[in-house]
Design a binder for this molecule. Sequence first.
Ligand SMILES: Cc1cc2nc3c(=O)[nH]c(=O)nc-3n(C[C@H](O)[C@H](O)[C@H](O)COP(=O)(O)O)c2cc1C
Length: 147
Amino acid sequence: MKTAIIYHSEHHGNTKKILDAIVRQGDVTLIEASSNQHTDLSEYDLIGFASGNYYSKFHDSVLQYAEKNLPSGKKVFLIYTYGAKEPRLDTIKQITDLKGAQMMGTYGCLGFDTFGPFKLVGGIAKGRPNEEDIAGAIKFFMDISKI
Ligand SMILES: Cc1cc2nc3c(=O)[nH]c(=O)nc-3n(C[C@H](O)[C@H](O)[C@H](O)COP(=O)(O)O)c2cc1C
């Protein structure tokens, strides 16, 4: 099962931490959404989109990448991290729906957050993602890879 994950992880590398653990599980290629690399996703069996929560949603670069490069009829999944509240998934799901994708599942967990006023208190969700979050992400990925 050849997998590509298109991601954006700018704040503390929280989302990337999860993805780095997933990469070690098999044939997984990470693509930074703003890099414009590997735009031909047709060779991949499974395609993930991953992002921190930025202003309640996936980062625009991931949304734009999906809109532009997701071939129709692919198996897809979503991974995200957030400081306090899960991002809205409606926009990314609208895009994958329009492309006739099969949504295999979503996985989200807390991620260290020092954005705005949280910096003054030393940040929130300290130490996240932790070992348990990463183990959960690996299990999620292994489960959907089997389907
Ligand atoms: C510009 C910006 C906006 C953010 N907006 C939200 C938000 O709306 N809700 C939330 O729970 N966390 C928010 N966060 C916190 C991040 O979602 C969280 O720290 C996430 O783990 C960052 O992932 P990353 O390190 O992979 O970029 C925001 C962080 C930044 C930098």
